[in-house]
Design a protein around this ligand. Structure first.
Ligand code: OGA
Ligand code: MN
Length: 281
C-alpha cells in the first residue's frame, strides 16, 4: 500500500435500489490494495449488499480481497474458498445442505456469532431468468414497522435449526437425513437484534422453527408474516449474475436466497466468508 494510492483513491459507488444495494466502480487493483477497506465496510453496513460487476477475481484474489475487509474464515481444511451449487455431481459434499439456500435465510443462525459477511462470485451463471440471488434489508424492514408492532416484537425469542429447512424442499424426508440435520442442534435467538451500533434488525429465515411462548399456529403466523413483510419489493434487490460478478452481503442486516435454478445445470459460484464480530443480542 503506497501513500500515493491511499491519498488518490476514493470509493466510487452508485445506489441500486433506494433501501438496499450499491454498485462499486473501483478497479481490481484499487480493491486489492486494501486502501478502500474501511469505506467498503461502512458502505456495506449502510447498504446491505455491494455489487462488483465483472470484477473477475480468481479464487486467490477473492480470498486476498476478503482478507482486506476483516478476518477470513473457511470450513475447508486447506483454507480454500467454497464451491456453491446444488448440483450433487459438481458438489458431492455440499449440495444437500445448499438446497435450503433457495429459501430466505441468514447464514450461520446455529452460531452465537454469525458470520459478518459472505462474498459470492459467479464462475458460471444459470440461464437468464433463473439463478439470481435475492437479498432483503432486515434493518429497513424493522425500521418501517409501525411503532406499536415494534413494541410487541421487542424481547420476543425464536428457536432456529437446520432441520426445519429440510421441509421446505422435502416434505417427507428420510429419517436418517432428518436425524443428521437435528444433530446440528437448535439455537435460541432474539427476533429483533439490537446491534452494538444501536441499530436493530429482524432475525428471520427458513431456519426459524418456532417462537417461544406462542402456540404452533401463532408461531407460524408470526414467522411467515414477518418474512413476507421483510421481503416486500421495497426492501429487496435481486442480482442477475454475469460471469465474473462478485457480491458481498452484510449477513447481520440482510436475508438472502438463491432463486430457482436447474439442480442438474452448471451454475457455479465461489464463496468466501468474513468471521463474525458481533453476537446475536
Ligand atoms: C450461500 C447462499 C445463494 C446463491 O452461499 O450462502 O445462500 O445464490 N447462496 O447461491
Ligand atoms: Mn446462504
Amino acid at each position: 500500500m503506497t501513500t500515493d494510492l491511499t491519498t488518490r483513491t476514493s470509493l466510487k459507488h452508485e445506489s441500486l435500489r433506494p433501501a438496499i444495494g450499491s454498485c462499486i466502480l473501483n478497479s481490481k487493483a484499487e480493491l486489492l490494495s486494501g486502501v478502500l477497506a474501511g469505506n467498503i465496510r461502512n458502505l456495506l453496513e449502510e447498504r446491505g449488499v455491494l455489487v462488483f460487476k465483472q470484477i473477475n477475481f480468481t479464487d486467490d484474489e477473492q480470498i486476498a480481497f476478503t482478507k482486506t475487509l476483516g478476518t477470513y474464515t473457511t470450513e475447508k481444511a486447506d483454507g480454500s474458498a467454497s464451491k456453491i451449487t446444488v448440483n450433487a455431481k459438481l458438489n458431492p459434499d455440499g449440495a444437500e445442505y445448499l438446497k435450503g439456500s433457495l429459501y430466505w435465510h441468514i447464514d450461520g443462525t446455529m452460531n452465537e456469532v454469525p458470520i459478518l459477511a459472505s462474498l459470492l462470485s459467479c464462475k458460471k451463471p444459470a440461464p437468464k431468468g433463473t439463478g439470481n440471488t435475492g437479498f432483503c434489508n432486515t434493518y429497513a424492514a424493522w425500521e418501517a414497522l409501525p411503532e406499536a408492532r415494534k413494541a410487541e416484537l421487542d424481547g420476543v425469542r425464536a428457536v432456529h435449526g437446520v432441520w426445519p429447512t429440510v421441509f421446505y424442499y422435502e416434505p417427507e424426508p428420510d429419517i436418517a437425513k432428518l436425524k443428521g440435520m437435528m444433530g446440528v442442534g437448535e439455537n435460541e435467538l432474539p427476533l429483533v437484534w439490537k446491534h452494538s451500533s444501536g441499530r436493530k434488525s429482524l432475525v428471520l429465515g427458513c431456519t426459524t422453527q418456532r417462537i417461544l411462548g406462542k402456540t404452533t399456529m401463532e408461531s407460524a403466523l408470526l414467522i411467515h408474516e414477518l418474512r413476507a413483510w421483510a421481503t416486500q419489493e421495497q426492501f429487496c434487490y435481486s442480482h442477475e449474475w454475469d460471469e465474473g460478478d462478485l457480491v458481498i452481503w452484510d449477513n447481520t442486516g440482510t436475508m438472502h436466497r438463491a432463486e430457482w435454478y436447474d439442480p442438474e445445470g452448471d451454475r457455479m459460484m465461489v464463496r468466501t466468508k468474513l468471521q463474525g464480530e458481533e453476537p446475536f443480542a
